[in-house]
Ligand binder design. Structure first.
Ligand code: PHE
Length: 338
């Protein structure tokens, strides 16, 4: 009997020493000390042992139980601490290593150019106004002296919501809105999105414009030219020349198309300026008296000028971009260059 216990101790010691993980310890605890474990079955058989031997045998079994328990606990502690060490080693972080850079975004090139242009006009005393992108036919066309069925409407490739409501085709739609609520002198710019049903390398259906208008007494075309020249010099440099070409807009009279000397070839001729040395940059003119009437101003009281500028076009010339469709695509490889 006592021999059996001795070999039980030996095998338990051997098992426990060779345990390689906490799972093994658990299994061995069940094997030896569990309800159906080996030692438990010895304890259960105590009753069948002769009375005189029972005491000594019982004591030995209890000692064995204590021994196995302490062997298991000891080995368990060892395994736990070596597992901890292993985890510490594998999960350690090197706090001296250089950090990984988080890529920062930045403002879209169109926003950057728009902000630059806005700040130039703010420095000239203009205030910024806003208007709806879904607009009444009245403000987009009628009030600006585009009669219904006038061919000039066709030039605007309008998106219609219904007969009376359009996606504004230009920021000029805000002119009469501002005039209705304010009286001159007015010095206003209106940056914003406009919509036209058109798409190719130089047109996208949604783009940005900046409208500007100045209304007061005795405003002359030379004021328009001076203001635009100063603006162009700030954006493209003082060596840039401008010229005014006669044009037509229903809401300005006279009207002009403003060209700048080609910023790519400095006027000597290249494919951006179609070898002319000039690039068209904006539309402008003296506000047509009909517009004042439509806004409820007394006719002949005021004069003023207006101009409208495509922001993507300015950005393309400034950065030498040859396809306007790159702006709304938002490819990071493109945007990262600005
Ligand atoms: N609104 C015109 C356009 O989009 C530009 C313009 C604005 C012309 C103001 C004259 C005066 O083509």
């Amino acid at each position: 009997m006592l021999d059996d216990i001795q070999s039980l101790r030996d095998s338990a010691r051997e098992d426990i020493e060779s345990a390689s993980g906490l799972k093994d310890i658990h299994d061995l605890r069940v094997k030896y000390l569990g309800k159906k474990g080996i030692l438990t079955s010895y304890l259960k058989s105590l009753g069948s042992i002769a009375k005189e031997e029972r005491r000594e045998y019982g004591q030995t079994l209890n000692e064995t139980k204590g021994l196995i328990e302490s062997l298991l606990n000891g080995r368990e502690e060892d395994l736990k601490s070596s597992e901890l060490e292993k985890n510490l080693a594998s999960e350690s972080i090197d706090v001296t290593i250089t950090g990984r850079k988080i890529p920062f975004g930045h403002l879209h090139p169109v926003t950057q150019v728009l902000d630059e242009i806005i700040s130039i006009f703010i420095s000239l005393g203009f205030t910024v106004e806003d208007g709806p992108e879904i607009e009444h036919d009245f403000y987009n066309f009628e009030a600006l002296n585009f009669p219904k069925d006038h061919p000039a409407r066709d030039m605007q490739d309008t998106f219609f919501i219904n007969d009376d409501v359009v996606l504004r085709t230009h920021t000029s739609s805000v002119q009469v809105r501002v005039m209705e609520n304010n009286s001159p002198p007015l010095r206003v710019i209106v940056p914003g999105k406009v919509y036209r049903c058109d798409s190719d390398v130089s047109h996208i259906p949604m783009f940005h414009q900046l409208e500007g208008f100045l209304i007061d007494k005795n405003i002359r075309m030379s004021d328009l030219k001076g203001t635009l020249e100063l603006f162009i010099h700030r954006v493209f440099g003082p060596e840039t020349s401008i010229r005014l070409r006669p044009s037509f807009f229903p809401f300005t009279e006279p009207s002009a198309e403003i060209d700048i000397s080609c910023v790519i070839c400095n006027g000597s001729g290249c494919n951006v300026c179609s070898s002319t040395g000039w690039i068209e940059i904006l539309g402008a003119g003296m506000i047509n008296p009909h517009v004042y009437e439509n806004a409820g101003y007394e006719p002949d009281m005021y004069t003023g000028f207006a101009f409208g500028l495509g922001i993507e076009r300015v950005a393309m010339l400034k950065y030498g971009i040859n396809d306007i469709r790159l702006f709304p695509e938002n490819d990071k490889r493109f945007l990262d260059q600005f």
